[in-house]
Write a protein that binds this ligand. Structure first.
Ligand code: MGD
Ligand code: MGD
Ligand code: MO
Length: 793
């Protein structure tokens, strides 16, 4: 509480949690908890039409109440929430990677962050009795919700093939089993080390050190499915794989273009930034085939007055609904319009910026001129008039930010599209100055930090050379395996040991049956986890579940209480300190587990693993010698807001071959589905966190008790004789011609362009063939599956 006391007057509404002090309300909430969320969510599937209320507000408050009740964290929950995202004194929200409020004016939280934290803080436990009672075969029949809802894992468990049960194993025996399996490999490249993006920076550094000391760069991560396209495009264009703006830029900009992100569900703290931008008169353009909840109004959840009087703020000045994959054509159209304007409008282009800081402008101008408006309209699915509206907003803004997430990256042409976004920014010099630049919204809370700290299957020579020099190892130089290639190698028997540092590989990866067959083909699968999930049940010949501390929990080591650092979407690195007693005394921290594995796998290692684990400052000291921008790490990370990693591109220093920011001049791809086929995008509901499903509801899309659905254009439904909530079969055709299908999904008529449809991951991963990854980014094409949809027989 002390952390936020100075700001108490601005705190209110549901944040003050007054809502929970009233017995009557509590009873009401308890009743809703029983009917609304979770176990009871087996009611009749329902679609109540699109959501017309502001995002966040009281709907969010009720949802939070339900979750706190369900996890029985009514007392601890609020206490923890007050300590979240608070200037080095609390823990970083393990939810999304949206940056923390820099002014400390608000309680920096959101509905989904609270769900996420309370899900981790639950009082429920999965102990050895649970595993003795339920065989793996039996658990395999449980839903994702039922598995995770059993609570926190409490002790290391090993799979016993004779009984088909997980049985307790000591930490030492578990490490010895992993160590032996790794030592016995013919080649270290027969091991693969996956990272899900919430691993803290210190553990990340040790994890990549373990892999490289062992001799492999097989470091697949969730980024391979998430923002690989952003990294590659920005690196090629600007010489840096990250965005260049921070929250202060969001607060200063004149125009925000929000592309392919469902902010109200997946980055809800962005709502505050959007509302503030609107209040001060900035333009906000949403570009999304679906009009998501963030694209209309929000009640700023921090604002007591707004909550009390239901006052909402607009969060949009223009909504454009391109077809799935139509964003590059839209960006091309905006660029073409700006170039056309420049004939009569001397300020449409920033000629001086283009001259001094960019390369390739003339080729780009030529390609824009050569792209006919007809193509732009057909490929974007937008009229020329609509494209011009966006172009005018862009022209009239002195400073613009273009922000994007998975709706842009998970496509065949993701890299070209992001380069086109950069092209548009460069035309008006929207780079290297306040309030302007590219701003990818990252997913997991530390996915960006993972890459910064060495989780990269294609590491740069400069990084490896420094690592070797400082740590006294000899890193392998060959490229390692990413997520898709790890799965393929498992099938061939080339990867025999798989370690999952968090995450849920069996469900998150594409082509579910193929991925799961790969995991089953491994000699050993190891999962470091907080909760039971599908990946524990789809296992190798030998399997371990190693339970770890969550971010909310105290991490006590030889030299006392430890903190860990994370990097948000906008390159701010700051500390996170747990505050809760661990869910079980047997839990270990991720650094300690990595060190345990390393000591067993590398008996001759000169790395002082235990010494590092005793005091994470020592890991940070080593990191400061290896990683660019981490100088004086221990001091700077303890500053109230941490520190911002330098972005050379922001200073207009470009690590590109030309030393300039590069325009790209790619031709427009053809993204129009063949006649009769539909482009299907997979996405998240409001009540899920990747593979963690909190309930079967999707409040902002009007969905209740239903996940096996497909949102369709009403005319596309009528053409196929499909009515609301009719069962349909969905058949996808992969690049190699192979087909996959899902049957009996319910069709939901929705405001989405013709020949476009959407449904939920991870259920729909079945439809995404392993070979259907982008040749530009190697990312699975999870937003553009080619499908046919017919009424079920
Ligand atoms: N509560 C919650 N928060 C999360 C997560 C979660 O599961 N739950 N996941 C986290 C992670 S790891 C990530 S990566 C992010 C993901 O955050 P998002 O990118 O918001 O994730 P999705 O739900 O996949 O939604 C993709 C959005 O892109 C739109 N879209 C689909 N195709 C296209 C297209 O062709 N063009 C455009 N312009 N838009 C398109 C969809 O309509 C949808 O609004 O969120 C993070 N935050
Ligand atoms: N079709 C389709 N597939 C997709 C996507 C899509 O849009 N469409 N999105 C992709 C994206 S962007 C991503 S990021 C991936 C997500 O892939 P992952 O990151 O692999 O999956 P999650 O569901 O986030 O992992 C949840 C599990 O993490 C564990 N966990 C939670 N907290 C901790 C912790 O503090 N430490 C450790 N060690 N474990 C913890 C819990 O056991 C929990 O069951 O999915 C990808 N898959
Ligand atoms: Mo992600």
């Amino acid at each position: 509480m002390t952390a936020c006391a100075p700001h108490a007057p601005t705190v209110g509404g549901w944040n003050s949690l007054d809502a929970f002090d009233n017995k009557q309300q509590l009873d009401g909430l308890e009743a809703t908890a029983r009917d609304g969320g979770g176990e009871a969510a087996k009611g009749k599937p329902g679609f109540s039409g699109p959501y017309h209320h502001p995002a966040a507000g009281w709907g969010a408050a009720m949802s939070v109440g339900r979750i706190l009740l369900r996890e029985r964290t009514l007392l601890d929950g609020p206490r923890a929430i007050f300590r979240m995202n608070h200037e080095g004194k609390g823990f970083d929200c393990p939810g999304c990677a949206w940056p923390d409020d820099t002014k400390g004016l608000h309680l920096d939280i959101c509905e989904n962050g609270i769900k996420h934290v309370t899900w981790e803080m639950t009082h429920k436990r999965v102990g050895r009795e649970f595993f003795a009672e339920h065989s793996v075969e039996e658990l395999s029949g449980w839903s994702e919700f039922e598995l995770e809802n059993k609570g926190r894992l409490t002790e290391p468990m090993a799979y016993d093939a004779a009984t088909d049960h997980y049985v307790p194993i000591t930490w030492d025996d578990a490490f010895e089993l992993i160590g032996r399996s790794l030592r016995e490999l013919d080649d270290p490249n027969q091991a693969s080390f996956y990272t899900s993006g919430r691993l803290g920076n210190e553990a990340t550094f040790l994890y990549q050190l373990l892999a490289r000391e062992l001799g492999t760069n097989n470091l697949p991560d969730c980024s391979n499915m998430c923002h690989e396209a952003s990294g590659r495009a920005l690196k090629a264009a600007l010489g840096t794989g990250k965005g260049t703006v921070d929250l202060a830029d969001w607060e200063a900009t004149d125009a925000l273009f929000i592309m392919g992100v469902n902010a109200a569900s997946n980055a809800p703290r962005m709502l505050t930034a959007l509302a503030e931008a609107h209040r001060r008169g900035a333009q906000i353009v949403h570009i999304n085939p679906l009009v998501e909840a963030a694209a209309s109004r929000t009640i700023v959840p921090h604002d007591v007055l707004d909550m009390a009087v239901f006052r909402s703020t607009k969060t949009s000045t223009l909504n454009l609904q391109p077809r799935i994959g139509g964003d590059m054509a839209l960006m091309r159209g905006m660029a073409k319009a700006i170039l056309e304007m420049s004939a009569t409008d001397a300020k449409a282009l920033d000629k001086e910026f283009i001259e001094r800081h960019t390369a390739g402008f003339e080729e780009y101008r030529a390609v824009c001129e050569a792209t006919p408006w007809d193509d732009i309209e057909r490929q974007s699915g937008l009229s020329r008039a609509d494209v011009l509206k966006a172009a005018r907003v862009y022209r009239n803004a002195d400073r613009s930010i273009i922000s994007w997430c998975l709706g842009i990256t998970q496509h065949e042409h993701g890299v070209d599209t992001i380069r086109e976004i950069v092209n548009v920014l460069l035309l008006r010099g929207n780079l290297g100055r306040e309030g302007a630049g590219p701003s990818p919204v990252r997913g997991h809370s530390n996915v960006q930090g993972n890459r910064t700290c060495g989780i990269d299957h294609r590491p740069a020579e400069q990084f490896l050379a420094r690592l070797d020099e400082v740590c006294g190892i000899e890193s392998p130089r060959g490229h390692g395996l990413d997520t898709v290639r790890t799965i393929e190698a498992m099938h061939r028997g080339d990867v025999k040991v798989f370690v999952g540092m968090g995450g849920n590989f069996a469900l998150a990866a594409p082509d579910t049956p193929y991925t799961q067959a790969g995991l089953r083909n491994c000699e050993l699968t190891v999962h470091v986890s907080t909760k039971l999930n599908r990946s524990h049940l789809v296992h190798g010949r030998q399997a371990l579940i190693l339970p770890c501390l969550g971010r909310t929990e105290k991490d006590q080591q030889a030299k006392g209480l430890q903190s860990t650092s994370v990097e948000d979407s906008m390159s701010m690195v700051h500390l996170s300190v747990g505050m809760k007693r661990p869910a079980s005394p047997q839990l270990r921290s991720e650094p300690a587990i990595i060190a345990g594995i390393a000591k067993a796998a590398l008996p001759g290692s000169k790395t002082p693993w235990d010494w590092y684990v005793g005091d994470y400052d020592r890991i940070r000291d080593t990191m400061s010698k290896v990683l660019d921008g981490f100088e004086d790490f221990n001091r700077r990370v303890r500053l109230p807001l941490g520190f911002r990693l330098k972005q050379p591109a922001r200073e207009l220093v470009f690590g590109t071959p030309s030393g300039k920011a590069g325009f790209s001049a790619a031709p427009l791809p053809d993204v129009i589905p063949a006649s009769g086929t539909i482009a299907l995008g997979t996405m998240r509901s409001h009540d899920q966190w990747n593979t963690t499903i909190y309930s079967d509801n999707d409040r902002y899309r009007g969905i209740k008790n239903l996940r096996t659905l497909v949102f369709m254009n009403a005319q596309d439904m009528a053409d196929r004789g499909i009515k609301e909530l009719d069962p349909v079969d969905i058949v996808s055709t992969a690049k190699d011609g192979s087909v996959r299908s899902l049957e009996g999904y319910l069709a939901v008529p929705y405001d989405i362009p013709r020949s476009c449809a959407a449904g939920y991951m991870p259920e729909m991963n079945v439809l995404c063939a392993i070979g259907d990854y982008s040749t530009q980014s190697d990312q699975p094409i999870m937003k553009h599956l080619k499908v046919t949809i017919t009424r079920s027989a």
